[in-house]
Design a protein around this ligand. Structure first.
Ligand SMILES: *Cc1c(COP(=O)(O)O)cnc(C)c1O
Length: 400
């Protein structure tokens, strides 16, 4: 059987086409290479695979189901909409998948502290959870703006026993938290490990996080085939850094008849200057140790980005997505804050499922697209997380 090139990505230097790599100082490159070697070794060990598989089933609650959103589909007319329910995972989102992988890897490598940044607080909660379970100290850096917006997650992180660092520099959001966490990591990179929260950063993180997340698409493809006897016509997911999307897309990359659509936050509108539509409006550049599309201002500095969903508020994007865009395998579109809120309320009231604001972007795309398609066509949406964390914010915003 011939292997499709997609399964061999990235190359040994961490490149997906021209994107990715390790744009970091030599000392750090050495540490990243150590992590890569350890990962490649550990992932072959049956004990590691078994431990991860057991945690996925008994701790996370996998496989997450696929749900046919009948009432929403019938209300819209056109294609049938299905949801991959990552919102039902322990901790309420897809992020637990890679956090367990990273925490286990840290344990196998004998690291003494796991460090990370968080945007919406979902990565922080998932990582603090995984570290509590594995028994390893955990330090989370979070922008002050996000801390105020995401109070429930902040409280959870404290209860779970992690050290929380409030970041006030810059726009005090996700990008600044990344910078701050990275500085702490650089103090002792041999004993610490930086658990990146998405498929971004220097090699091997885009590869590792993708591998841990690819369980989503492997399950979804099989589940969909089993229940419908065919594959979906469209598979869609929201794109911040791109981990839930790549986790969903990976199993479908070789299915040429399945259209893959990543949905970015258009914020207040693509021409408002207040968005985080990196794939749509960014250009090839460098950020956080990788080559990728970046939203930049005219003077070459990183653009302050905006999205109603903290978890999508990032001016870069995973290198594999950049590659998949360039070769035309994945289409990247966007949804505004307003469309996102509308999708959030619709899914809540028509199906009784409160989605994360991040995931609502993918739901918004499906709601916009379904009426343009026939009834025998199917859209599979990755519902990356649940909206409990956003409920108060939305209620205030809409005056409920
Ligand atoms: C963090 C988060 C995202 C965005 O991250 P990706 O790496 O793009 O997946 C999306 N959905 C939810 C629920 C999140 O918590």
């Amino acid at each position: 059987m011939s292997k499709h090139p997609f399964s061999q990505m990235p190359d040994a230097a961490g490149y997906f086409g021209e994107y990715g790599g390790q744009l970091i100082p030599p000392e750090l490159k050495q540490v990243m290479d150590e992590i890569d070697h350890a990962y490649e070794e550990i992932r072959q060990q049956p004990e590691f695979q078994q431990e991860l598989a057991d945690l996925f089933s008994d701790y996370v609650g996998r496989p997450s189901p696929i749900f046919y959103a009948r009432r929403l589909s019938e209300k819209l007319g056109g294609a049938r909409i299905f949801l991959k329910r990552e919102d039902l995972n322990h901790t309420g989102a897809h992020k637990i998948n890679h956090c367990l992988g990273e925490a286990l890897l840290a344990k196998y490598m004998g690291k003494t502290k796991v460090i990370a940044e968080t945007g919406a607080g979902q990565h922080g909660v998932a990582l603090a959870t995984a570290c509590a379970l594995v028994g390893i100290p955990c330090e989370i850096h979070m922008g002050q703006v996000d801390i105020e917006k995401e109070a429930p997650n902040v409280t959870k992180m404290k209860i779970l026993g992690c050290t929380l660092v409030s970041v006030t520099r810059g726009t005090a959001t996700l990008k600044d938290a990344v910078d701050s966490a990275f500085e702490e990591y650089l103090k002792d990179p041999h004993n610490f490990i930086y658990a990146i929260g998405s498929v971004v950063g220097p090699h091997p993180f885009p590869k590792m996080v993708r591998d841990f997340q690819s369980i989503i698409g492997r399950e979804a493809r099989e589940q969909f085939l089993q229940r419908e006897g065919r594959l979906p016509d469209y598979v869609t997911a929201c794109v911040g850094g791109g981990s839930n999307a790549i986790g969903m897309f990976t199993a479908f990359l070789e299915d040429d008849d399945v259209a893959l659509v990543g949905v970015e936050p258009a914020g207040l509108g693509l021409d408002s200057g207040k968005h985080a539509a990196t794939m749509t409006l960014g250009k090839s550049s460098a950020l956080h140790g990788m080559k990728c599309y970046v939203l930049e201002q005219d003077d070459g500095t990183t653009m302050p980005v905006h999205s109603i969903a903290s978890g999508l508020d990032y001016p870069g994007v995973g290198p594999q997505h950049c590659y998949l865009k360039d070769i035309g395998r994945v289409r990247y579109e966007s949804a505004t804050d307003e469309e996102c809120l509308n999708a959030f309320m619709n899914l809540s009231r028509v199906e009784g499922i409160i989605p994360a604001l991040e995931s609502s972007h993918a739901v918004a795309w499906a709601m916009r697209t379904a009426p343009t398609l026939d009834r025998d066509q199917c859209i599979l949406v990755n519902l990356s997380g649940r909206g409990d964390k956003d409920a108060d914010f939305v209620a205030r915003k809409l005056g409920l």
